[in-house]
Design a protein around this ligand. Structure first.
Ligand SMILES: [Zn+2]
Length: 337
């Protein structure tokens, strides 16, 4: 069948008149759809204003959005945070509010201040997935995922047949970066810290900071500047760099194998984010190499053609959360427990 993204509910919605993409550094706003100009402002975040209290930063955020939304607008806000998709409750965001652990009812606050506006808030990975789905889903794609590997790691899966994005009772899906990494007990990588404060998470090894952790653990002299050193070193097949990449890709390959094992109708998976974009062809080649290898009789390895058909490496700019928010349309009612 033709995928749901080709039908009106999931396409750029004429009814969405105000969209925003909220990140730790920038806020991008657009009224009136994809052809209108984008307004870019410095984000009222901990990153930009380290001296301001979290309470004040939250107040600034609510004020900014309420000031920008046109009267009676239908909004779609992409938010770089762990967020309850059902209520707009924000559980946490290190770039915006540092280590503040108390949840914030941003959705409720916006509705109280501007009841004339229809406020819908989604996580930026969800918005990314909607943009990826709209541009990359093919006829017959049943389920589609988007995995982002940058300073953090998260993914979302959507059911195109039913226009659904399933969430749990906390309104979450796919916050995989803080799951325990699948490293064996004898692994050299045991005990590496995650940005959330706990050790041995997927992000402790496979995120941008995770790669630096592993480089330090391996004693790579360039570990402090791994981000700049690694792509160059991989370009000349430096053995230390090749080993580092192999170790950091490994838990991602494990996770994708598990995903395909549990969800055989996941027909297409997009990969994006700073780590994937920064390492480009090197990341792509190593991940495909690992996924091609058989690991058991139940995981028989995958051919080049099979991988070509199901994995998409997204180039910088290919997936845009602001555009994704504008594509929310009928998906909003399809985000459900
Ligand atoms: Zn963590």
């Amino acid at each position: 069948m033709t995928s749901a993204v080709a039908t009106p509910p999931a396409g750029p919605s004429a009814a969405t008149t105000f969209a925003a993409d909220i990140g730790g550094t920038w806020v991008r706003l657009r009224s009136g759809g994809a052809d209108a100009p984008v307004e870019r402002l410095r984000s009222p975040s901990r990153l930009n204003h380290p001296d301001r209290s979290v309470e004040d930063l939250r107040e600034d955020m609510a004020e900014l959005l309420c000031r920008a939304a046109p009267p009676g607008a239908r909004t779609a806000i992409s938010f770089g945070a762990a967020i309850d998709h059902l209520t707009g409750m924000v559980y946490g965001s290190a770039p915006l509010w540092g280590s503040e652990a108390s949840p914030y009812e941003l959705g409720g606050e916006l509705r109280r201040r501007r009841p004339d506006v229809d406020w819908v808030l989604v996580n930026d990975v969800t918005a990314g997935l909607l943009d990826f789905a709209a541009t990359s889903a093919r006829s017959g794609t049943r389920r589609i995922g988007y995995l982002t590997i940058s300073s953090g790691i998260a993914m979302r899966v959507a059911d195109l047949d039913r226009t659904r994005i399933a969430v749990d009772e906390w309104g979450l899906q796919g916050e995989i970066g803080h799951l325990p990494a699948m490293a064996g007990p004898g692994s050299r990588l045991v005990g590496l810290p995650c940005a959330c404060g706990a050790p041995d998470h997927l992000a402790s090894i496979a995120s941008g900071p995770g790669i630096a952790n592993v480089a330090r653990r391996l004693g790579v002299p360039e570990a402090m500047a791994a981000e700049e050193w690694l792509p160059r070193a991989l370009g000349v097949r430096d053995p230390e760099a090749v080993r580092l990449l192999e170790l950091c890709v490994e838990p991602i390959a494990h996770m994708i194998r598990t995903l395909w094992c549990l969800d055989p109708h996941l027909d297409l998976l997009g990969l994006g984010g700073g780590v994937v974009e920064g390492l480009g062809i090197h990341y792509f080649t190593e991940l495909r190499r690992q996924l091609a290898e058989p690991t058991s009789y139940a995981d028989r390895g995958r051919s080049e053609t099979w991988l070509d058909d199901r994995l998409v490496f997204c180039a910088p700019g290919q997936v845009d959360a602001l555009r994704g928010a504008e594509r929310l349309g009928g998906w909003a009612s399809g985000i459900m427990p």
